[in-house]
Ligand binder design. Structure first.
Ligand code: PLP
Length: 357
């Protein structure tokens, strides 16, 4: 069902991470927590030795990094940003600079469930927000409409196929609108359903994150792929030295390291299958905990989300055990980040306690 935005204030958004808050709230020391609250890989790209001059100088545009990004992502038109979040926050201003129409006259379609920073950005800029459960069609869309797709979706894991998105792009082009695809978790999808190779189309924007797959969320680096016209306009909205030099240096090495990427993809696939099996055993097969068909497990190689009837109660219970996962915004699901080998063993013990309590 599609619904009109209810004008609620979305400024205080909850994300995973921020473990210090949990330490305070549950009075459990930091080192005793098992933190699986984010979709960031537990295995990070190893930080190379960074030459002194990179720390000492102001950051410069790196042709080496851009070449690495073009090759890794498979596009000719790409720009480096301080995380994909920085782009999400700026897209409304970019649109308004170009369209010269009041923002309230423009409809932005967002997934009903999904990373809420998109909604916050468009809502706060005064756009008319609409929600979809299934991708909107030509009949739903108005002139200059914008559709945001998170692919695969966080937290539902739902994946839209390339073919469907290409058709949507054609529709939006005919309406002089925009298709924005947030591919923060696309690196683990095979075969890739990315649309990034099509960004010479002026109606398409693709966002990529380095934080998740490479496990480098702390260095704040990401990419926007769009037509060069938009990349230039976005650069005009940015401040100088936005992306720090060490982050650029590390990202260039990570994007060029194909052997590490291959091993990482395999590792995440294996670990995520193991996690899904554990969640299935704990919540779907355990006789006392089986609540029938409404429990489902979805996700991708960077997280698994369990839709669970008493999600809030379960979340609280796990927190008291020192297990921090993400209670989804709708309070009907828990998202588990992928545990590494050592974390897996702790998780297995904690979930076994849960089953027997
Ligand atoms: C779907 C999605 N997009 C974008 C981001 C922002 O990531 P970053 O700014 O680290 O690239 C996140 C962060 O959790 C996310 O979940």
């Amino acid at each position: 069902m599609m619904s009109q935005h209810d004008n609620k204030n979305t400024t205080a958004l909850v994300h995973g991470g921020q473990l210090n808050k949990m330490v305070e709230r549950y009075k459990i020391p930091l080192e005793q927590w098992l933190d699986l609250s984010t979709g960031i890989s537990p295995n990070s790209y190893p930080i190379p030795a960074i030459p002194q001059y990179i720390w000492q100088q102001l950051p410069q545009k790196s042709e080496g990094l851009l070449a690495a990004a073009k090759h890794y992502y498979g596009t000719q038109s790409i720009s480096v940003t301080s995380g994909s979040q920085a782009v999400i926050a700026r897209l409304p201003a970019l649109y308004l600079n170009h369209i010269k129409k009041p923002s309230s006259h423009i409809e932005v379609w967002l997934p009903e469930v999904g990373y809420k920073e998109h909604e916050r950005a468009w809502h706060d800029a005064g756009f008319t927000v609409k929600h979809y459960q299934h991708l909107p069609t030509y009949e739903d869309l108005t002139l200059n409409a914008i559709v945001v797709v998170i692919n695969p979706n966080n937290p539902t894991g739902e994946l839209q196929q390339q073919q469907k998105l290409t058709a949507l792009l054609t529709t939006l082009e005919s309406l002089s609108g925009w298709l924005i695809i947030d591919e923060a978790f696309m690196d683990v999808i095979a075969p890739s359903q990315s649309l990034i190779h099509l960004t010479l189309n002026k109606h398409l924007f693709v966002l990529r994150s380095v934080g998740k797959f490479f496990g480098l969320a702390g260095i704040r680096i990401g990419f926007l792929s769009a037509h060069p016209f938009w990349i230039n306009k976005l650069n005009q909205l940015s401040s100088p030295w936005e992306v720090n030099g060490p982050a650029q240096f590390i990202a260039e090495q990570a994007l060029n390291d194909h052997a590490w990427q291959l091993a990482q993809r395999q590792k995440l696939t294996d670990l995520s299958i193991k996690l899904e099996q554990l969640l299935t055993k704990t919540f779907l097969h355990h006789p006392t905990k089986s609540d029938g068909p409404s429990i489902t497990i979805k996700g991708c190689g960077l997280f698994k989300t369990i839709v669970y009837p008493q999600a809030t109660e379960l979340y609280q219970k796990l927190c008291h055990q020192g297990l921090y996962v993400r209670l989804c915004d709708e309070n009907n699901a828990l998202r588990f980040g992928i545990p590494d080998q050592a974390q897996y063993q702790r998780l297995e013990r904690l979930l076994a306690e849960h089953c027997h309590s």
